[in-house]
Design a protein around this ligand. Structure first.
Ligand SMILES: Nc1ncnc2c1ncn2[C@@H]1O[C@H](COP(=O)(O)OP(=O)(O)OP(=O)(O)O)[C@@H](O)[C@H]1O
Ligand SMILES: [Mg+2]
Length: 407
């Protein structure tokens, strides 16, 4: 681990980072596809290089393609090559990256940016090792290991129809998740010192350092741009500040939205409040339902004991019937109020059945639990989509899963 970190200039010792490096090394000797995900600036770029270097392909070609930077019209030709005359301007035939990198590795950065038609070609080459040049019908074989990276939520892209699900599963054979910097707080000050020293050496000046409060602010900032942002800010301060010991007040000037970065705490408080009021509402609904059930049980029991709905029963239970009247559609109201129900006097076991059904169908909690389970099963445990379908926030779903102990 230390060797790799030294060789690739990787700073940090957080468990998330170490785990990512560990997986990279483990998967390197295989030919499996790897999908590296993580926010922008977390340091994804070094991972495909590690994987290539620690594989048997290390003497083969390594090509990094930024899929987001190639125009949609030329991407197929870049990746798979084209035949002479296959489109206006194709004056020569050209080899694509998949042909050039035969025996080596291709890194597809920002893979989610690939047009859907290119995704189809990519899936084919991943599954069969075969592809066609643009404008050609001759099948070409290649042996390329594909590593892809994304800084967006691919599942969301799938949901929006922008990324093929089958390709996602094919690429994601081994996922490597690089955690955002705010989740590896212990690395933040280490990285700062490294960037400050590097800058000072390059520019022959004393390095900047942080006082204790400033260190605290640095480590608790949200770092939306992750390590890239930390590096930029360290270099900015190194250039601008004359005093090499940086105090908290000075540091804050360089941290955009420093106060907003603490917002999650406020959100938490709001959420607690929403939670409390939601619970309040649920309790009152449950309370009302319980009363209704009790009333209904009484009514049903009376009907069973005294036979068909008589005037007497109707008068005795006017309030309950009135309530029922309010909660059903107008077409049914007449029926409920006026129709002579011919309910046969039931046998004992029937009564038990009826009671069971009522008990079961009116438990709001059970129903909710059941719906959540169904939604989770339907979406293969993907909370985000389950929450979407249930029409609640992912956070609320998470809370309910915990609350109901759903596994
Ligand atoms: N662990 C680390 N130690 C030292 N430098 C790092 C580390 N991780 C990232 N960096 C540096 O941070 C910068 C951003 O990293 P990188 O380009 O790999 O980000 P990325 O995850 O590919 O982001 P994007 O999705 O925007 O392309 C680079 O200059 C890189 O050298
Ligand atoms: Mg990158």
């Amino acid at each position: 681990m230390q060797n790799i970190k030294q060789r690739y200039d990787i700073i940090g010792n957080s468990p998330g980072l170490n785990r990512a490096i560990d997986i990279a090394v483990q998967v390197a000797p295989t030919d499996l596809s790897v999908l590296i995900s993580g926010e922008s600036g977390v340091g994804k770029e070094v991972f495909p290089q590690i994987i290539h270097q620690y594989s048997a392909r290390k003497h083969g070609t390594y090509i990094a393609v930024n899929c987001g930077a190639i125009p949609e019209g030329t991407i197929d030709s870049e990746l798979f090559g084209h035949e002479k005359g296959s489109f206006t301007g194709a004056i020569d035939s050209r080899k694509g990256y998949f042909e050039v990198a035969n025996g080596g590795t291709i890194f597809l950065d920002e893979v989610s940016e690939l047009p859907l038609s290119t995704q189809v070609r990519l899936l084919r080459v991943l599954e069969t090792g075969e592809f066609l040049k643009v404008g050609s019908s001759k099948v070409i074989k290649t042996n390329v290991r594909v590593i892809a990276a994304t800084n967006i939520d691919i599942l969301k892209a799938i949901h929006q129809g922008k990324f093929r699900e089958d390709l996602y599963y094919r690429l994601n054979t081994v996922p490597i998740e690089i955690p955002p910097l705010r989740n590896r707080k212990e690395d933040i000050h280490l990285l700062f010192r490294k960037f400050a020293t590097d800058f000072a050496e390059r520019n022959r000046m004393p390095p900047i350092s942080l006082d204790e409060e400033a260190q605290h602010v640095l480590s608790n900032y949200r770092w939306p741009g992750n390590i890239r942002q930390l590096k930029n800010i360290t270099e900015q301060i190194s250039v601008i500040e004359e005093n090499r010991k940086i105090a908290e007040q000075t540091l804050r000037k360089y941290l955009p939205d420093y106060y907003e970065s603490k917002l999650p705490v406020i959100y938490d408080a709001v959420d607690q409040k929403t939670f409390a009021s939601e619970r309040e509402i649920l309790y009152s609904i449950l309370f009302d339902m319980k009363n209704d059930v009790t009333d209904l049980k009484k009514l049903v029991l009376e009907i069973m004991q005294k036979g068909p709905v008589s005037t007497e029963i109707r008068e005795d239970n006017a309030r309950i019937i009135q309530k029922l009247h309010q909660s059903v559609g107008s077409d049914d109201r007449e029926d409920i109020l006026n129709k002579k129900y011919e309910i046969p006097r039931p046998q004992d076991e029937d009564i038990q059945d009826t009671e069971e059904i009522i008990e079961e169908s009116l438990s709001l909690e059970e129903k909710e639990k059941e719906l959540i389970k169904k939604a989770l099963v339907k979406h293969n445990g993907k909370r985000k989509y389950a929450a979407d379908e249930l029409g609640i926030s992912e956070r609320t779903l998470y809370r309910k899963i915990k609350e109901y102990d759903i596994t």
